[in-house]
Design a protein around this ligand. Structure first.
Ligand code: NAD
Ligand code: TYD
Length: 331
């Protein structure tokens, strides 16, 4: 296929690009604004095999340049961190909603297949059981509200214009190349550095963990076999309380339990996410990586790739960390 991958320099997008180039031989163009979360380093090993366009999805001129000669758009580009959406939601509205609209228009004008990468957070929190694709959309954070708005806009282009749209909703991803503002890479790097591990609230919130390559393959599956107009959940095989995740990271890094620090809870913090992926499984997709194995692989990757995270931890991230957690990183 000839794919335009928006947000392909981020964590999941770069994993998807690598899979498509290596396993499918696709011709890939990446359109990415290179925000703090987007990095050319994430694509270093496939850089010679792809076309890279530096630009924003909300810019129709950049989109028109990038989309030329593509036959499908896969949109990963987003502002993605819930905490940042609480302190500054504006960029979330521009990228996640206006940007999606510009991409949909480009797909409509050219008759392209369009896949929107979405999240379990659009369903809100669930105490027991799992969300199916028929569950109501009840987002809680500005992040998930903008992702929900985007999903609804995508569906409207199917119903109104007959655009071949697909939505794939993933649960919490983890793995190599994840920016260390999210729980797992933040805790791994802090544990390796001997910094405190800031656990929100009582640490009993539950997330459904999905190894990033499993999500990349799930999205590829939806692109190939999904029914236009439909959404597909893509959930991980294991769920885990945050505190248990942190304890596993302590064990894998050899750091001491005394590093755990309970901090003020996130406002509107969703208690539990859980997805039923039966619809995607019926198309033949299965998660391959259990949480224990994936977490060990992820810790090893961060331990072995200081070249990737050292520039982040010594740059603007330090200011973000201090502002958000009210304490400076030690190292
Ligand atoms: P990320 O923050 O690592 O990467 C986002 C990428 O989008 C970066 O490369 C960034 O530069 C780019 N970007 C941001 N604004 C842009 C704009 N206006 N124009 C062009 N590019 C822009 O995010 P991620 O964790 O890889 O998430 C990718 C997608 O998957 C998002 O749509 C997210 O909502 C969704 N998702 C993430 C998770 C998760 O656990 N991380 C789970 C389910 C779904
Ligand atoms: P996060 O990685 O931000 O993903 P999301 O909020 O999109 O699920 O957070 C995962 C869980 O970890 C969530 O319950 C919030 C919690 N958390 C902490 O306890 N401490 C932290 O420093 C961070 C970033 C998250």
């Amino acid at each position: 296929m000839k794919l335009l991958v928006c947000g392909g320099a981020g964590f999941i997008g770069s994993t998807f690009v690598r899979l498509r180039v290596r396993e499918h031989g696709d011709a890939v163009t990446v359109l990415d604004k290179l925000t703090y979360a987007g990095r050319r380093e994430n694509l270093h090993d496939v850089a010679a095999e792809i076309r890279f366009v530096h630009g924003a999805i909300e810019d129709p001129v950049a989109v028109a340049d990038a989309v030329a000669a593509c036959d499908a758009i896969v949109n990963f580009a987003a502002e993605t961190h819930v905490d940042r959406s609480i302190s500054g939601p504006e960029a979330f509205i521009v990228t996640n909603m206006q940007g999606t609209h510009v991409l949909l228009e480009a797909a409509r004008e050219r008759g392209l297949r369009y896949l929107q990468v979405s999240t379990d957070e659009v369903y809100g929190s669930i105490e027991h059981g799992s969300f199916s694709e028929a569950s109501p959309l009840q987002p809680s954070s500005p992040y998930s509200a903008t992702k929900t708005g985007a999903d609804l806009l995508v569906s409207s282009y199917f119903h109104t214009h007959g655009l071949e749209t697909l939505i794939c909703r993933g649960s919490n991803n983890y793995g190599p190349h994840q920016y260390p503002e999210k729980l797992i890479p933040l805790m791994i790097l802090n544990a390796l550095a001997g910094d405190r591990l800031p656990v929100y609230g009582d640490g009993r919130n539950v997330r459904n963990w999905l190894f990033v390559e499993d999500f990349g393959r799930g999205i590829g599956h939806v692109l190939a076999y999904g029914m236009p107009g439909e959404a597909y959940n893509c959930g991980g095989p294991d769920e885990c309380e945050n505190l248990a995740v942190v304890e596993r990271i302590l064990a894998l890094t050899g750091a001491d339990e005394s590093l755990i620090e309970y901090v003020t809870d996130r406002p509107g913090h969703d208690r539990r996410y859980s997805l039923s992926s039966e619809k995607l499984q019926a198309l033949g997709w299965r998660a391959q990586v259990r949480f224990d194995e994936g977490l060990a692989r992820t810790v090893d990757w961060y331990r072995d790739n200081a070249w990737w995270w050292e520039p982040i931890r010594s740059g603007a991230y330090r200011d973000y960390y201090e502002r958000h957690y009210g304490r400076a990183l030690k190292t």
